[in-house]
Write a protein that binds this ligand. Sequence first.
Ligand code: CP
Length: 302
Amino acid sequence: MRKDLLGIRDLSQEEIFCFLEAAKKQKEKVKNRHLRGNSLTGASIATLFYENSTRTKMSFLLAAEYLGAYADDLNISTSSVAKGETLIDTGLTLEAMGVNAIIIRHSMVGSAHLLAQNVKCSVINGGDGSNEHPTQALLDIFTMWEHMHEFKGLNVTIVGDVANSRVARSNIFALNKLGAKVIVAGPATLLSGNMCAFGVTVTTNVADAVKNADVVMGLRVQLERHKACQFPSLHEYAHFFGINTELLKHTRKDAIIMHPAPVNRGVEISSGVMDCEASVIYRQVENGVAMRMGILETLINK
Ligand code: CP
């Protein structure tokens, strides 16, 4: 097993299934404290997040503790990063304190790779710019696997701000490797020109794109990454590209609705859809803890 988890692009199909099986083994422990083990007793992990997070950071901290490890977060705003300490020096400092794994989120593409090349402990990419978010994709495909049991022939439609989404990229890499078919849909300004090179179908017609979908995955509109106005208004975006009850009339009856969250309710997905029976958005959050437990155990106990 490799030292680091930096992206889905580098993983084999066998490695992806290894992580799915690892998460399956951990799933029951998320909500049943009596089942939580001590397989990582004495190990320690640190989260190093230069960008905001609720799910990824908290679920890694809890995952480590559920397995008996020490876990702590380096609060970037009160750390010596504010005094100019570099990413590599910060990583080396955490390593010198004995951490076995660092989970990093940074706006710079390749930041996790840079850190991994400079420390001996495991590095896990918690999101690097618009490049990859591998642990999110692993928990997403784990959630699909729980519902559909099979990836070959699975139809997945990803809707929204694809151009800026590391979640979309990591999911596309994973789903391609597993034999699923992916359609990406959204406003032309948010579908980057080279999307076809990723082996997906690209369209601006969301109603058509969801017709045969087993999975409809919304994406957050990442306003913080937009350099210019990409669509006239949020209201208009919601009207043409939002996932709402009207759009669900075009989907298969058994389709599931996913979103990595956080969600802009009423923009990329309506409240009605977010809270409907087909929505597995909070199941994704629950699976995120199980997947991160599986990832930590796999990497640290390699
Ligand atoms: N999906 C996701 O990465 O959520 P956070 O930004 O809250 O970690």
